[in-house]
Design a protein around this ligand. Structure first.
Ligand code: 0RA
Length: 637
């Protein structure tokens, strides 16, 4: 047996965190973030990440993920297989160590890129600890080995169970029902993630199969273009400004950089960054290297070609990124993840590598593709002009506010408290519901801003046009955050912004328009957890002197089934049908209401959904709505 891993120097210093898996079971949230749906899905990603590490090391080409009956997950790969030899120091097999010791997985890898931060990279042992049962099967050295566990503890030894010429690892697990709030894997959520992994790892094939439904649902992802294909996908709901996706790569001292980018005719910047396949939501050194190289190179080129005159100001970074879709993916040996959510890359050496790669290769591209270069430069110049116009419009609103004693919109019924952390504002669809809400509210901490019908679709307009919309100006001034370059979430006058629209198609549309505005222009409000959706009831029934409200069809059905009489059911079509007291009882009273917090689980998916729902192309929108017609959750990003 070839068991060289035994000699890996694994000193006491390395074993700083040989905590038992008991710690994981005691505080699962510490290791997987939460015990809700997010944490549950992290189990799958964690196991897949280990297979992807094998792919990064160059040994694995195929990964199959199955969701089996009863929400059992099976992940198999054709990598080298976890080593099966006994590690003398522990007198246990490497398989058992990897599955039962925290953070052990990466230690044996030695070569290759290992993830060592963020939520991922905690190791498969965490998945094992949080599983009612887990079985690992390793094919290696012409043999097949198997070992089983329950709640992280071995229930069998590692046994030889067969012969095979292949190599690889298969991990099958059933999450512990007593740990997770609900044991229900979402095919769509896992699918999005697997597609992203396939985009980020060129030529890696990932199959996802859902065996819980008949016929089984299956998708296969394999992209020979890697992140170039990712860009094509992201821009497929938009109109590209130029045909070819611009792509660069380079490597240096063990680090690898890949950049793919393409402009579209829209106004949104969609730049996504990854380090070792982890989405670095908070950016970091790779992003800042990219931004500074892009700004410098475009300005230099525009000057060199006389497209930007001597007396004209440099184009700003923001102008240059308008309508840009880009992916920056770096792979490095020891990534440092920083920031609040540990998704900000800290390695300083990467900044220089990205900057020099983008700088030299982008200039080369522009020189070789003058027609495309011209399109890009003229788009950024247009953006600069629009931004100047927007600045003027903003200055006007600012000056007005200096002159008038109060700059707040006339329609706003403000609250009396001034502490933002205690204050909330309802953005209400329509003047009549707005009127009821004003009567219903607790004026000490609840402000009401009625909005007239459909607000402007910000997906299709530049900031200067957006600032000419009365409804949007009212939102901006009421919130007090400013907009564009002046935006500061720290100035928010309310830490709860509650969108309250009718529970019908129009209401859903208005809600999406408002959410689009927050997503595109006030993202930090969402990231700070300040944006909510009010849940108003769909039905009211009265019987035996009781009044009950129902927020979902299913809840009403269940209640009526239990009740052996036929009470009078009132269906609410809009907020306007409720009197102020009912509105307070069902939707506004903090002691009784349910608010949905809008969170940005996945900016890439959100970007896609907003482009589909709000963009120019009709086809993708129709397909999306048909597919998700029954799924009301899709709007609550
Ligand atoms: C430790 C060392 C080696 C591979 C692995 C772990 C490994 C772990 C998992 C988990 C899922 N799939 C996996 N594939 C491999 C290196 C083995 C060697 O040097 O031969």
């Amino acid at each position: 047996m070839r068991e060289n891993i035994v000699s890996v120097t694994y000193t006491a210093k390395d074993i700083t965190v040989l905590e038992g898996l008991e710690a994981v079971r005691k505080r699962p949230g510490m290791y997987i973030g939460s015990t809700g749906p997010r944490g549950l899905h992290h189990l799958v990603y964690e196991v897949v990440d280990n297979s992807i590490d094998e792919a990064l090391a160059g040994y694995c080409k195929n990964i199959v993920v199955m969701i089996k009956e009863g929400n059992i997950i099976e992940v198999s790969d054709d990598g080298r297989g976890i080593p099966v030899g006994v590690i003398p120091k522990y007198k246990k097999t490497a398989v058992e160590i990897v599955l039962t010791v925290l953070h052990a997985g990466g230690k044996f890898g030695g070569e290759g890129y290992k993830v060592s931060g963020g939520l991922h990279g905690v190791g498969v042992s965490v998945v094992n600890a949080l599983s009612e049962s887990l079985t690992v099967e390793v094919s290696r050295d012409d043999k097949v080995y198997r070992q089983s566990f329950a709640y992280g503890k071995p229930t069998t030894a590692l046994e030889e169970v067969g012969k095979s010429k292949k190599t690889g690892t298969k991990i099958t697990f059933l999450p512990d029902k007593t740990v997770f709030e609900e044991l229900d894997f979402s095919f769509d959520t896992i699918r999005q993630r697997m597609r992203e992994m396939a985009f980020l790892n060129k030529d890696l094939k990932i199959d996802l199969i859902d065996e819980r439904v008949e016929p089984h649902e299956m998708v296969e992802y394999k992209y020979s273009g890697g992140i170039t294909d990712f860009i094509k996908h992201l821009n497929s709901t938009k109109e590209p400004l130029h045909k070819k996706v611009i792509y660069f790569e380079s490597s240096d001292g063990g680090s690898q950089v890949e950049v793919a980018m393409q402009y579209n005719t829209g106004y949104i910047e969609s730049v996504f960054t990854f380090a070792n396949n982890i989405n670095t939501h908070e950016g970091g050194t790779h992003l800042s290297g990219f931004r500074s190289a892009l700004t410098r190179t475009i300005n230099d080129y525009a000057r060199k070609k006389g497209l930007l005159k001597e007396k004209e100001e440099n184009l700003s970074g923001e102008d240059i990124r308008e309508g840009l879709t880009a992916i920056i993916s770096v792979k490095l040996r020891e990534p440092q993840f920083e920031g609040q959510t540990k998704t900000k890359l800290g390695n300083t050496e990467i900044r220089g590598l990205v900057e020099s790669t983008v700088g030299s290769k982008l200039d080369e591209f522009l020189e070789e593709n003058p027609a495309t270069a011209k399109l890009i430069i003229s788009k950024t110049i247009q953006a600069a002009h629009a931004r100047a116009a927007a600045r003027k419009a903003r200055e006007l609103t600012r000056r007005k506010s200096l002159l008038e004693s109060t700059s707040l919109p006339g329609k706003l019924a403000d609250c009396s408290l001034t502490d933002p952390s205690l204050s909330e504002i309802y953005l209400v669809e329509g003047d009549s519901a707005g009127g009821s809400a004003k009567q219903a509210r607790d004026r000490s901490f609840q402000a009401i801003l009625p909005l007239k019908g459909k607000i402007l679709n910000v997906e299709k307009a530049r900031l200067n046009k957006i600032l000419s919309s009365e409804e949007i100006l009212a939102i901006i001034t009421a919130l007090g955050t400013g907009i564009g370059e002046d935006f500061d979430v720290g100035n928010a006058r309310y830490h709860r912004v509650i969108i309250m629209t009718d529970a019908d198609v129009d209401g859903a549309h208005i809600r999406t328009l408002i959410l689009t505005f927050f997503y595109r222009y006030m993202l930090p409000m969402i990231e700070s957890g300040y944006v909510y959706i009010a849940q108003s009831p769909l039905y009211k029934i009265m019987h035996d002197g009781l009044t009950k409200y129902f927020y979902k069809d299913r809840e009403l059905e269940e209640y009526l089934n239990k009740l052996n009489k036929n009470p009078n059911v009132q269906r609410y079509k809009g907020l306007g049908e409720m009197n102020p007291e009912q509105l307070w009882d069902t939707t506004m009273n903090p002691e009784k209401r349910t608010l949905l917090k809008v969170n940005m689980e996945d900016a890439i998916v959100a970007d896609e959904i907003f482009s589909i729902l709000m963009g120019d192309k009709v086809e993708p929108r129709r397909d999306y709505i048909i597919k998700h017609a029954k799924d009301v959750r899709f709007l609550d990003i």
